[in-house]
Design a protein around this ligand. Structure first.
Ligand code: KG4
Ligand code: ZN
Length: 356
């Protein structure tokens, strides 16, 4: 098999229209282009993503984004070894736009087609640049998901914990909205929190003392809503943002510690590797918190590069390459899967494999 495979990746599962050309050389990824068009401005008016609006916007832009990804990469369509496209989980009408584009291109160009699970894109991103062997412990924290998984191999995941209600990114976004910050709130809360007192407000930590590594973030909302109604000035908002972020960090520290112990007990791994990925993994305070825990429990921790934490086409192209190398191929009648958990055997709990 060629060792310098080159793939186009297409991503339209939520509010980013993205395409990227990635190749692999000596087992490391080379990103030739990474084009992302965010719909944030368009969704601001509604305080979040409205599926029909998002799908229309994807449809308007997808051709231009793919064309730009190809032009930026200086590759020709004929050079591609395959086309990888997100097929789920996500908003059905949005997924269908990228999927139709990817399947049409693959069919027309007679290239292999790979339907990618968006979550696997996040899960494999750090392997683009570092040799991280399976099995590893994975914390996936994004706008639609918060899960602990053991990545046993490409396409093989075991879920050991999940949020039983809101996803972590959702908690950040809702908190931001309650204190008057626009969508997406995660980066804005992080910034505001820098100036606040993290111990000013005592916020609830639901199921904190339960064994295992399930998490719950919905209870925080009620408490924050009540406080946010009473506060007016900037300082109080900074204190609330800082207290919220500290509460999240306390929950993550405890639950990641439980997950690490469980991973060691279940797998007795050769390497103690811990990957944190998804949009919320861009948060520096969370990174520092989990770095400290990893050091204490003797784990090596890996994050995606900052710009690959949130949704992008490069992670989809890379997942395509990883799957292609192992012989996976998908048919051109592959249908979008709005719900597509990485661990099909895990019991359904809200927040565990469903987006929005
Ligand atoms: O992975 P992603 O782009 O989309 C999904 O697959 O859901 O994640 C988006 C989420 C949003 O909820 C956003 O607020 C959050 O990631 N996020 C952050 C930060 N940057 C993005 N949350 C906290 N701190 C950040 N710096
Ligand atoms: Zn994502």
């Amino acid at each position: 098999m060629k060792d310098n495979l080159i793939f186009l990746g297409i991503e339209t599962s939520c509010d980013e229209t993205a395409a990227s050309v990635v190749s692999v050389k000596n087992n490391k990824a080379v990103i030739h282009s990474n084009v992302i068009s965010s719909q944030v401005e368009e969704h601001l008016k509604f305080g979040g993503v409205v599926p029909e609006n998002a799908a229309r916007s994807h449809a308007e832009k997808i051709d231009i984004i793919i064309k730009k990804a190809m032009t930026d990469s200086r590759c020709k369509f004929e050079d591609l070894d395959g086309i990888a496209t997100t097929a789920g989980p996500g908003l059905l009408v949005c997924l269908m736009v990228g999927l139709s584009a990817g399947k049409t291109l693959a069919g027309f160009l007679k290239k292999p087609f790979l339907a990618i699970n968006h979550l696997e894109g996040h899960a494999l991103t750090p392997r683009m640049f570092e040799h991280i062997e399976f099995p590893y412990l994975l914390l996936l924290i994004s706008g639609g998901h918060s899960q602990f998984l053991i990545a046993e191999g490409v396409g093989k995941y075991k879920r050991i914990g999940t949020s039983i209600d809101d996803a972590l990114g959702e908690a950040f976004d809702k908190t931001a909205k309650m204190i008057g910050l626009s969508y997406p709130g995660g980066p804005k809360i992080e910034k505001l929190a820098e100036k606040g007192d993290p111990n000013f407000y005592k916020l609830p930590k639901p199921i904190f003392n339960n064994p295992g590594c399930n998490m719950s973030f919905a209870g925080l909302k009620t408490s924050i809503l009540q406080i946010s109604k009473k506060i007016k000035n900037k300082k109080a908002k900074e204190n609330l943002a800082a207290s919220f972020q500290k509460t999240i960090n306390d929950i993550l520290y405890k639950k990641c510690s439980n997950a690490m112990h469980e991973f060691l007990k279940l797998y007795k791994p050769k390497n103690n590797h811990f990957i944190v990925s998804g949009g919320v993994a861009a948060n520096q305070s969370i990174r520092n918190n989990l770095r400290a825990l990893s050091e204490k429990l003797n784990f090596s921790i890996f994050f995606p590069p900052f710009e690959l934490c949130t949704d992008n086409g490069a992670m989809i192209a890379w997942a395509g390459i990883e799957r292609f190398r192992l012989g996976f191929r998908d048919e051109l009648n592959f249908e979008a899967r709005p719900r597509w958990p990485l661990d099909m055997n895990a019991p359904f709990l809200k927040g565990a494999g469903v987006k929005h």
